[in-house]
Design a protein around this ligand. Structure first.
Ligand code: SAM
Length: 293
């Protein structure tokens, strides 16, 4: 069972998301438990303020550290325990963060950490999220996802309470809610028992192919066999499972080479992804289907 706590100032955005489709099923099966928390519950003033103007001036607002760190510590436990250490005990306490002489945080891991979850801040400045990262997170027992808003989060809250930052791509959204949903779905579907057919995980895009290269999945078809003059490749209707498997492998390699040479081939000479729009996987009726390697 993976537990995911989400911290947001817009809890309503998650209402249907966590109940419908794959997450609803994951919850019913007891594979994933998701709880959405309103950050304003940790604000201490009567206006439930969670943001303030930036030091040094500039546009917009910044998320205040106090409610964020209090909320994260309530959900995940304290990462380190500087406040438990008196000045005299600091040198003997091996689990806290101290300011170094230049005012930067210096992290000290140790047995006194009360952290029992991995805390992730969604941030355009984080590590770019991918399938391998989703697989790692699916093996965690407890995640806390923090959704930023405004111009971002006070750096001290990040230094004190966040374990890692994740970006879903090189573009800026208004908040971390959609990135959090992307992470939740990518992770939850990898947990054993969530998907009805676990085989689909083995064949889909970004799996490791032969030589451990990542591959995109090839084209997919369903009935009817012919649609507006486009026919399903003969081999898929042949009933020859060996031939179908080989065809799919070839198509996966061909598509990866064409659209994402950076993933599938070390000799591609380019790290730019192709858009793949010129590729024609479905052939006109009577056209001979061949694999273009
Ligand atoms: N001022 C910030 C900067 O320039 O890096 C951008 C802040 S953005 C408007 C507000 C929040 O949206 C961020 O704190 C983050 O939580 C979320 N966010 C925006 N784009 C994101 C992305 N590509 N990946 C993950 N989170 C993102």
């Amino acid at each position: 069972m993976l537990r995911i706590d989400v911290l947001t100032i817009f809890p309503g955005l998650f209402e249907t998301f966590v109940q419908e489709s794959i997450l609803g099923i994951a919850h019913e099966k007891g594979c994933v438990e998701i709880a959405i928390h309103d950050l304003r519950n940790w604000a201490t003033d009567r206006h439930r303020t969670v943001d303030d103007t930036p030091y040094g001036g500039g546009p917009g607002m910044v998320m205040k550290p106090e409610p964020l760190v209090a909320a994260i510590e309530a959900l995940a436990g304290a990462q380190a325990a500087p406040r438990e250490c008196s000045e005299d005990l600091r040198d003997s306490c091996d689990s806290h963060k101290l300011h170094d002489s230049e005012g930067r945080f210096e992290e000290r891991e140790g047995p006194k950490s009360q952290r029992h979850a991995k805390v992730i801040l969604l941030s355009p400045q984080g590590k770019k999220f991918d399938q391998a990262h989703a697989e790692c997170l699916s093996r965690e027992a407890h995640l806390v996802l923090v959704c930023g808003r405004y111009e971002g989060v006070d750096q001290r809250a990040i230094d004190l309470a966040v374990d890692e930052e994740i970006s879903i791509g090189d573009y800026v959204l208004c908040g971390g809610e959609i990135p959090a949903m992307a992470v939740i779905e990518a992770v939850a579907r990898l947990i054993p028992g969530v998907l009805g057919n676990a085989e689909s995980l083995e064949t889909e895009s970004f799996r490791s192919g032969p030589s451990r290269l990542l591959l995109l999945e090839g084209p997919q078809y369903t009935r009817p066999a012919e649609f507006r003059g486009l026919v399903v490749p003969e081999v898929l209707r042949s009933g020859d499972h060996g031939a179908i498997r080989r065809w799919r492998e070839e198509e996966a390699r061909r598509r990866t080479k064409e659209r994402r040479p950076d993933l599938g081939s070390s000799d591609s000479g380019s790290s730019e992804a192709g858009h793949g729009k010129n590729e024609k996987s479905t052939r006109r009726k009577n056209e001979v289907f061949t694999i273009n390697e």
